[in-house]
Design a protein around this ligand. Sequence first.
Ligand code: ADP
Ligand code: MG
Length: 346
Amino acid sequence: MTAVAGIWRVLALAMLMLAGSASAAGLYEARIPVFGSWVDLSLWNVEPATAETAKRVVAGDMGELHTRWHAWEPGALTAINERIANGEPAPIEPHLAPILRRAQELSLASGDLFNPAIGRLVGLWGFHARNHRRPPPAEQIAVLVAAAPSMADLQIEDRLVTSANPAVQIDLGAFAKGYGVDIAIGRLRELGINHAVVNAGGDLRAIGRRGDRPWRIGIQDPFGDAHLASLEIEGDESVFTSGTYQRHFVYQGVRYHHIIDPRTGYPARGAVSVTVIGQSGAQADAAATALLVAGPAEWPGVARDLGIRHVLLVAEDGTLHASAAMAARLRFEQQPTPEMQITRLE
Ligand code: ADP
Ligand code: MG
């Protein structure tokens, strides 16, 4: 080797090491496409090789979750639903039981306002298809409400799910994202990553900190594109929002959205969005849906039952309702700070 080539080799090696340490110390960000949407991964102070592994593992998990738990595209869930509709026990793989059990616990705690057993109602409203255009006949809604499908109708064993009620059709649309974010955080921890955010389109779980400060995240304004407020989170917190603006259609001047009040069979009235901070993605996702159904009058009781302390609810008339704990943490970009109706939960 000539002296010049040798110097170049040493220089190149030094630059490589510099590049490596520079990207290990700081923020690593990656966007993972997941079937028409995406998951954003933010990692703090992680070796590049570990970060790439994390990205690959999380992408694999999310893709699998999507196909497995899709409410209407054929997969494990549609197979279970078909069996239930026929009044037959549904065989399941043992690792599928935990998500159903968790959904069952949370629906019970929410007084069935979060009710993933109402898949037939969601389908009747056309939200299992792209072109949902008009409300279904009132008689058909009434029949499904009277059939009272509930997660409590399910007996979930490790290899078998049985339903006492053939009207049950499981739809994990309000829950799978939260559960998936939890799986992703579990994977990151297995890789020794303790400072991270897994953000699925604004719904996220954050662990640790962003270096010397907490993670900072925005809460979507249901009436506009900007952020309504921001929040600093650290340790292990999940922030989830349910909004009626996510999916909806307008028929004869009336807007119908995709979050159904299981008590009436119609889209929930009163709230346009609810943001909660929970202890896990699963709990926060289920709670955001349940509190959106509960609306401005009933949300505090349901939040207490679900063990949620931080809630921000935007009502149809634009008024803001918040738990005291949440109000204390919100940072508004808008000045003067908008008025909030504050409720003490604890
Ligand atoms: P977002 O779309 O804002 O994430 P959610 O997490 O509340 O909203 O999920 C809404 C989805 O959950 C609907 O598209 C539907 O599939 C299903 N769903 C609708 N109403 C309910 C309900 N009361 N309980 C559980 N799942 C519901
Ligand atoms: Mg939800």
